[in-house]
Design a protein around this ligand. Structure first.
Ligand code: AMP
Ligand code: ZN
Length: 491
């Protein structure tokens, strides 16, 4: 079978995705044949992302990889919010970027630059593929003003504080959230003069006598765009309405995405685009939260769980990716250090099995012995990205006996292209990270271990035990007979 045929076979297999709009599983049907256009809400770069935020991008990455695997030409856009996201979902709050810049005595541009780089470092560490485009919000302000101008007459009204979107001007406002009238409105702080509690600012005017670090001229005076407007404009501009899939964390299902949809509806109607439901995207997908035992994950309370903290404690970042894959994206996932340790061990076993295929040239994956595993994988990933089941299919392939290594290698490569664990690019040694603050070097450990080996060969067990204790005193645990073949680890 040629690669093309294999690809046709894969894309012939159905892909169903859970659409938050309908709260149903739906077969994926691209707007443009053979293509998939995906927009993911990106981070607000006022601080480091926490690992919960990164779960949203691992999910979006698996979605993108699955679409590529199924044969679609993928165009993925992730934005960087460097202006406009307020400290709460209320329009009365302060811009997160302005606030952080003031606290850190730096310019907003420096803050944005620093935290965007930090976010990209996490993206790379988690083996998340680069999207076709990172769209930076501040580079789209003229387009935002044009968009707002085009809907202002019919759908907006002006107050002293800004230009507001009147949610009663679009049909079915908030159907994505399903409970907007009660819950959603209750969460939005009142701004004097708003017609409906759920109305939101699409342009925020700079208050008289104040100067913001980031402000632009507009028909409504100097000011800055609202956060919801940014995503509507960048997604529509770069992917064209309607595009296929819009993703984000489950919190966005309540306010941010209903507001984007309202703007998209207004924009599409005004511009004579008659698209199904005019929601901008056909499918809206949301990942559930990563939570801590104590509750919601936050950047301010307790230990700030950012990826670098995991690395400093000696956990390879791909162990966190593994942890994410072990749960379905629509389930809540509770973070624990024990869980992360278990994910690291699982990854290590897989990498050891993959090491046995090093140097093997991939051949034909569809080997009779692997057929059921390949089918199980396709079915799992095609059923709303069931990564926990897909992972076990991959493990079954790695463990399969008496299978031509070239078939095995091809099957593992194909599956790992979807799951992104980088099994052939990572070695067992790469996974062994030294916790921050460890003084001893690998060479020193190797040296002591060599002496210990000699002592054991000489049956000098007292010396061997003394060397083991010497390492233990430096935080190195010697692991004789470790089935994972690590020999030692740093505690
Ligand atoms: P933000 O930078 O706050 O806009 O968040 C970036 C992304 O992370 C958004 O898609 C959020 O919905 C998502 N997100 C926030 N907190 C969590 C969490 N604890 N678990 C998973 N996703 C989250
Ligand atoms: Zn967004």
């Amino acid at each position: 079978m040629t690669f093309r045929q294999a690809q046709d076979e894969r894309s012939a297999q159905p892909l169903t995705l859970f659409n938050s709009l309908t709260r149903q599983l739906e077969p994926f049907q691209p707007v443009h044949e053979g293509e998939a256009r995906v927009y993911s809400c990106g981070p607000t770069v006022y601080n480091y992302p926490h690992i919960g935020n990164m779960r949203a991008y691992v999910f979006a990455d698996v979605l993108g990889r699955t679409l590529s695997h199924k044969g679609y030409k993928l165009t993925h856009v992730i934005n960087i919010t460097d202006v406009g996201h307020l400290t709460d979902d209320a329009d009365a709050g302060e811009d997160k970027m302005e606030k952080m810049a003031r606290q850190q005595h730096q310019s907003i541009w420096d803050i944005a630059q620093h935290y965007t780089q930090a976010y990209w470092a996490d993206i790379r560490a988690l083996n998340i593929r680069e999207p076709a485009k990172w769209s930076i919000a501040t580079k789209y302000v003229p387009q935002m003003i044009d968009f707002a101008k085009s809907i202002a007459d019919k759908h907006c009204y002006e107050l002293d504080s800004g230009l507001y979107f009147d949610v009663s001007t679009v049909a079915d406002y908030g159907r994505l959230a399903r409970a907007v009238t009660e819950e959603g409105e209750g969460r939005i702080e009142a701004v004097e003069g708003k017609r409906n509690a759920a109305d939101f600012a699409i342009w925020r005017k700079t208050p008289p006598g104040e100067k913001r670090q980031m402000e632009w001229d507009s028909p409504w005076g100097k000011g800055a765009p609202g956060w919801h407007l940014e995503c509507s404009v960048m997604s529509g501009d770069l992917l064209g309405f309607p595009f296929d899939i819009h993703t984000g964390g489950i919190d966005h299902r309540e306010i941010h995405h209903p507001n984007e949809i309202a703007q998209n509806q207004a924009f599409c109607c005004t511009n004579g685009l008659d698209v199904p439901a005019n929601s901008g995207a056909r499918v809206w997908m949301h990942n559930n939260f990563l939570v801590e035992r104590s509750g919601k994950m936050s950047k301010s309370s307790g230990e700030f769980l950012r990826l670098q903290l995991l690395i400093d404690k000696g956990y390879h970042p791909l162990a966190y990716r593994m942890m994410c894959l072990q749960a379905h994206y629509r389930s809540e996932l509770e973070f624990s250090w024990e869980g992360l340790g278990a994910a690291l061990t699982r990854l290590k076993r897989m990498i050891m099995a993959a090491e046995r295929l090093a140097g093997v040239t991939p051949g034909e994956a569809r080997h009779p012995k692997l057929a059921s595993m390949l089918d199980a994988f396709e079915k799992a990933i095609g059923e709303d990205l069931n990564t926990p089941v897909a992972l076990t299919a991959l493990e079954d392939v790695l463990a399969a006996k008496k299978v031509d290594p070239s078939a095995k290698r091809a099957a593992v490569e194909a599956m790992d292209a979807v799951l992104g664990l980088d099994l052939f690019g990572t070695t067992r040694a790469d996974l062994r990270l030294k916790p921050k603050g460890t003084e001893i070097t690998e060479a020193e450990i190797g040296d002591v271990l060599a002496r210990r080996k000699q002592a054991r060969a000489d049956k000098d067990f007292a010396a061997s035990d003394a060397l083991r204790d010497e390492l233990a005193a430096k935080g190195v645990e010697v692991m004789d007979g470790d089935p994972l073949g690590w020999e030692w680890k740093l505690g």
